[in-house]
Design a protein around this ligand. Structure first.
Ligand SMILES: *Cc1c(COP(=O)(O)O)cnc(C)c1O
Length: 382
């Protein structure tokens, strides 16, 4: 058996052709492919605007700036996420506060978030960054209600979930990142995620004001619109301090062909998840999906008592699993700024047992059967 990773990109001939074609076109960057990718992505998730960026971490950074996070202001997120979901708050000089996760779905707990907010004076927090962890859509309608009670903004970190959706209380299907309940949505195009651009990210929003701010910050804060003076055709103004967080046309061309395959990829991911669940039900705990939602399945996570043993055993059989994630508040940087003894019991408990099994559209049935067999063999001793 060749080695089986936990996640892997899927590149076809049409992806290669699209990139090669862009290489001989007029624009390698700042050309038409970027806008085309943005428009198609916005349409796919059902958001009004999309801003392509060089990675999701940059997207998160711009999102907190566009939402006007100031030094010392406080934002709540989950410890069970990639560090960037929290780091973006630190980039702007803000304070990260962690609420705990749900025991069965592993996503940020609404109740834990509510308790944290209500334990502090009004105005203490500015925003919440829930994460559609492993591809499982957060119930953003519920988070929006909570956020509205306390005047908070919401950034949906949807890096795991393009194509995921939940059904709200009105029976409406809500695609991850459509921003009907969040202010901003964030996606990543790192190759382990659904859509591979090498590096890349997308910010979605329905607010024209946020859109304009994000687009300006992405490219140095430089504009040719609404200028205070105009000296001629060459003239531009730098109206605020921005960055170069642009995505290239080469990457956007790849993003466009990758996006076209995403719906199919998510269907395949769900088939793989169904096969895992069928094999593990009653034997091994796996991520539980709330009713009325469709998991985009970036990951398939199980919990086992002898996790390290399983991880090492699978490696010796060429199966390369991963752990998602080491709780962010326990990372040395966060410990060094005082988070060491945060009392996040469920997150720490979850971390001691979690392991992500191979999950990607080109995983074959035969490979999956092999993975299942090895997992059951170690966990059940059969
Ligand atoms: C991958 C990931 C990011 C960062 O994405 P990059 O494109 O690598 O910057 C942020 N949040 C979550 C939840 C992620 O999984």
């Amino acid at each position: 058996m060749k080695s089986i990773p936990y996640g892997r990109q899927h590149i076809d001939q049409d992806d290669i052709d699209a990139v090669v074609k862009t290489l001989t076109a007029d624009f390698l960057t700042q050309g038409p492919k970027v806008k085309e990718f943005e428009d198609k992505f916005a349409q796919y998730v059902g958001a009004k605007y999309a801003v392509a960026v060089n990675n999701a971490t940059s997207g998160l950074h711009l999102a907190v700036l566009a939402l006007d996070l100031k030094e010392g202001e406080r934002v709540i997120t989950t410890p069970i996420t990639f560090a960037a979901s929290a780091n973006c708050v630190r980039f702007a000089g803000g304070e990260v506060w962690f609420a705990d996760i749900e025991v069965d779905s592993y996503i940020l707990s609404l109740e834990s978030t509510r308790k944290l907010i209500e334990s502090k004076p009004k105005g203490f927090f500015k925003g919440i960054i829930p994460v559609d962890f492993a591809g499982l859509p957060v119930d953003l309608e519920a988070f929006r209600n909570l956020a509205n009670q306390h005047g908070l903004w919401i950034i949906e970190d949807a890096c795991h979930a393009p194509g995921g959706h939940f059904t709200d209380s009105k029976g409406q299907k809500q695609m991850c990142g459509n921003c009907n309940y969040a202010d901003v949505g964030i996606f990543s195009f790192h190759p382990v995620k659904h859509i591979a651009c090498g590096e890349g990210g997308m910010i979605t929003t329905n607010s024209e004001k946020l859109y304009k701010k994000l687009a300006s910050l992405r490219t140095h804060g430089i504009t040719k619109e609404n200028m205070s003076e105009d000296h001629g055709g060459w003239f531009y103004e730098m109206q605020e301090l921005g960055f170069n967080y642009r995505l290239t046309d080469i990457q956007s061309a790849l993003g466009i062909t990758q996006l076209a395959k995403n719906a199919q990829g998510v269907i395949r991911r769900n088939q793989i998840a169904t096969a895992y669940k069928k094999a593990f039900v009653g034997k091994i705990k796996f991520q539980d999906l709330p009713e009325n939602s469709y998991n985009a399945h970036h990951l398939f996570i199980i919990e086992v008592e002898n996790r390290k043993e399983l991880y090492d055993y699978l490696r010796t059989h060429n199966i390369f699993t991963q752990i998602h994630y080491i709780p962010v508040h326990t990372l040395p940087y966060y410990k060094s700024i005082g988070y060491g003894d945060a009392n996040l019991k469920y997150s720490e408990d979850y971390y001691s047992k979690c392991i992500s099994l191979p999950m990607y559209p080109t995983l074959s049935d035969e490979e999956q059967t092999y993975v299942i067999e090895k997992v059951l063999k170690l966990v059940n001793g059969k």
